[in-house]
Design a protein around this ligand. Structure first.
Ligand code: XIL
Length: 359
């Protein structure tokens, strides 16, 4: 499966390298996890962009280097899995907030903002919910109530502690049609605006985001989001942000028109954010691939720093030791900022340089 595939675009790599001017450094330039260069969060302070990471709660509990690096380098965190529905309500009516609470506590202790991820998605739903819909024991009307209660409960629990919520995740197909999911099938397209209304009622100050992959540049999918956002905002539905996941792969080229894409959402009065950035490659790793990866990270970061209302740039994990990529994309990996031994890769250096330049 490769749902994250972008069309191959020729000559983009050269252009990206030229535009961003990212310079590859050997991974050994800043070896080891120790205090090396200025932390990313310090460099980010002057840019208006928070620099974040997804957090793996098992690694945070068990791996000291992981924990200290999370605290030192980032001023925004996202739960990689801990706030998803299957994590918080594994059995109907029985909630488990422990990991999500741990993350919010960790963030508070380290002066980090928290992105909430995610309230409505077609993946990582609890078994009781998908089974109940499949066998007809949960009908449409009941399902709508279940969704409303889920959103209300989770958003209220973290009221005032989460600055941005990914309210709906991945609701469009790449061709711009609404994704076939239990939500669309059972509730119809109005589930999207309902979700934003319910989330807003539960925490009126949190910024509420749409979020998806393959929407970095201007294309059919990002245009579907643009049209949706415009329509919802015209109806005064509380949607305030467009989240671009940013799962890139060097073999598919760098997306075109990223700046234009951010600008059109911002013109609607919305914030933008890069929410899950990683840049994978076909293994094995070599220096050329790492240099390209660095240029891609830098390309997205520069677009964010230069945009008027791009508020956060979040990496989907920072060490290859814990990346989701090898488990999902056959033969691919090395998608994050540090290698498996927490040595800073050229991409890490490129982000630091981009933040410094943007300050
Ligand atoms: C991924 C996590 O990284 C994995 O640990 C998990 O097994 C599956 O989900 N888009 C999203 C994220 O919005 O929630 C996904 O995270 C990656 C793709």
């Amino acid at each position: 499966m490769n749902v994250f595939r972008m069309p191959v675009s020729v000559a983009v790599l050269g252009a990206t390298l030229m535009i961003t001017g990212a310079v590859a450094q050997p991974a050994s330039a800043h070896p080891g996890p120790g205090p090396g260069p200025v932390p990313l969060r310090t460099l980010a302070a002057g840019t208006g962009v928070r620099v974040g990471t997804a957090v793996d709660m098992a690694a945070l509990a068990d791996d000291t280097t992981y924990r200290t690096t999370t605290a030192r380098e980032f001023n925004s965190v996202t739960a990689e899995n801990a706030m998803k529905w299957e994590s918080v309500e594994p059995t109907r009516g029985t909630y488990d907030w422990r990991q999500a609470d741990d993350l919010v506590r960790f963030a508070r202790a380290h002066g980090q903002a928290v992105r909430g991820h995610t309230l409505v998605w077609h993946n990582q739903l609890p078994g009781w919910l998908t089974a109940g819909v499949a066998d007809g024991s949960i009908g449409a009307q009941e399902l709508r109530g279940i969704l409303r209660d889920h959103i209300t409960k989770e958003v209220k629990r973290y009221k005032g502690r989460i600055y941005q919520w990914d309210v709906v995740n991945e609701v469009f197909e790449d061709d711009g049609s609404l994704r076939d999911s239990i939500w669309l099938r059972e509730l119809g397209p109005s589930y999207i605006e309902d979700a934003f209304r319910w989330a807003h009622a539960a925490d009126p100050r949190a910024k509420l985001f749409l979020n998806d992959y393959n929407v970095e540049g201007v294309n059919a999918k990002s245009t579907a989001y643009y049209d949706l956002a415009k329509r919802l905002r015209a109806k005064k539905i509380p949607v305030q942000g467009f989240g671009i996941q940013g799962h890139l792969a060097i073999q598919y080229g760098f997306p075109g028109q990223v700046a234009e894409n951010l600008a059109r959402f911002e013109k609607l009065g919305m914030q933008t954010a890069f929410t899950e950035v990683d840049v994978r490659m076909i293994l094995p790793v070599d220096d050329t691939k790492l240099a390209t990866q660095a240029a891609y990270f830098r390309g997205l970061l520069d677009a964010c720093v230069q945009a008027r209302r791009c508020t956060s740039f979040t990496a989907w994990g920072f060490s290859d030791k814990y990346s989701w990529v090898p488990g999902v994309f056959d033969g691919q990996g090395a998608a994050t900022l540090m290698d498996e031994g927490f040595a800073r890769k050229p991409a890490f250096t490129a982000l630091g340089e981009g933040l410094a330049a943007g300050a």
